[in-house]
Structure formats: structure tokens, C-alpha cells
Design a protein around this ligand. Structure first.
Ligand SMILES: C[S@@+](CC[C@H](N)C(=O)[O-])C[C@H]1O[C@@H](n2cnc3c(N)ncnc32)[C@H](O)[C@@H]1O
Length: 184
């Protein structure tokens, strides 16, 4: 474990708060961010939701790629501060909500990005059902994932693959083969 993760997790655990996912750029988010920068036409001039934003990484990339606006959503309230700091450091504007958007119908945005959301079974089931609703309602849904256990095996269209550097203190490999998919 990295020192920041261990210390923060211990401290937060004592308060009954979730682990600090916002402290890292997870492989799924890194790949999705890279893909948006490489394919700016996918978000340029469009409204974007960065679902499960963590640090705000994918939202920053979407704005850098020319998105009209980005709403970052994460149920961990610490993500608000992390996202605001990263937005400021990158000179972009990001809106943020800590509401659990999965409790209601998906917002009518042009594009929904979801970086590294398939790491727990119940969450993945809930997220994928909601993302399917979003796609059916007309949103383009983009997913970045390093082959997590619960990533669905069907219903995805392959868009790109990246070799993403990460840390052995958090992942099983120092370089994670990570793919970007769209819901199909
Ligand atoms: C592995 S992190 C990925 C963060 C970021 N997308 C990235 O790739 O760096 C997963 C994130 O999902 C968030 N999350 C879990 N359930 C959620 C929900 N119902 N709505 C929004 N975010 C959620 C967690 O708080 C966490 O920040």
C-alpha cells in the first residue's frame, strides 16, 4: 500500500468513511482520459457526465478535449475537493455532485464517461443497468477498464487499448492493459 493510501484509509476507516479512491488516477480513468484527448470530436461541444469521477481526471480530459460542460459525480464527498483542485490546476471548469445519480433516471447528457467502475459486483450490476438506460435514452456511454473481474463480457464495443502505468502497491501489475469501450 502507498503511504498516502494507508494513512488516509486508516484515518477514514476510524470515522467509518470509504477508502480514498480520489487519491489515485485509476487505470480505467487514465485510459479513458487518454482516449478523450486523442479523440476530441467525441466530446467537443457536448455535455458530459464523468460518473464516479474520483479525482476528476476524466472530467478534466473531457474539458481539455472541448466539451461544452462536464458534471463530475461521485458519492464520496471528498471527491468534491479533489476535483476542484484538479480543475483549477488544469485551468478548466468542472461542476460536481455527490448525489447518488444511480437512484434516479440518467441525466440527459450527450456523453457519459465511466472510468474504472467494475471493481465490485453489486456496484457493477447497478452501474451497468443504469448506463444501459442512459444509452437507450440517447447518451453515448464510454467505459475505461483494466479488465476488472466484473466488467461485462457482452454488450461492449472495443474502441482502444492502452498500456497504463500504475503502481504495484495498488495493482497486480505495474503496467495494466486497459481498454476503452462504448456500450453497444
Ligand atoms: C476506482 S475509483 C475510479 C475513479 C476515477 N473514475 C478514476 O478512474 O480514477 C471508483 C469511484 O467510484 C465511486 N463510486 C462508487 N459508487 C458510486 C456511485 N453510486 N455514484 C458515483 N460514484 C460512485 C467511488 O467513490 C470511487 O471514487
Amino acid at each position: 500500500m502507498t503511504p498516502i493510501w494507508r494513512l488516509t484509509e486508516t484515518e477514514l476507516d476510524e470515522m467509518g468513511v470509504a477508502p480514498p479512491y480520489w487519491a489515485f488516477a485509476w487505470a480505467g480513468g487514465q485510459a479513458l482520459a487518454r482516449w478523450l484527448i486523442d479523440n476530441p470530436q467525441e466530446v467537443a461541444g457536448k455535455t458530459v457526465l464523468d460518473f464516479a469521477t474520483g479525482s476528476g481526471l476524466v472530467g478534466v480530459a473531457a474539458m481539455k478535449a472541448g466539451a461544452a460542460s462536464v458534471l463530475c459525480a461521485d458519492i464520496d464527498p471528498f471527491c468534491r475537493a479533489a476535483t476542484a483542485l484538479n480543475a483549477e490546476a488544469n485551468g478548466v471548469a468542472l461542476a460536481f455532485t455527490d448525489a447518488d445519480l444511480l437512484d434516479g433516471p440518467p441525466p440527459g447528457v450527450d456523453v457519459i464517461c465511466a472510468g474504472d467502475v467494475c471493481y465490485e459486483s453489486p456496484m457493477t450490476d447497478r452501474v451497468m443497468a443504469w448506463l444501459a438506460l442512459a444509452q437507450a435514452a440517447g447518451s453515448r456511454v464510454l467505459i475505461g477498464d483494466p479488465g476488472r473481474t466484473y466488467l461485462p463480457k457482452t454488450g461492449l464495443t472495443f474502441l482502444a487499448e492502452y498500456q497504463v502505468p500504475t503502481t504495484r502497491e495498488l495493482e497486480d501489475f505495474a503496467i495494466k492493459r486497459t481498454c476503452v469501450w462504448s456500450l453497444s
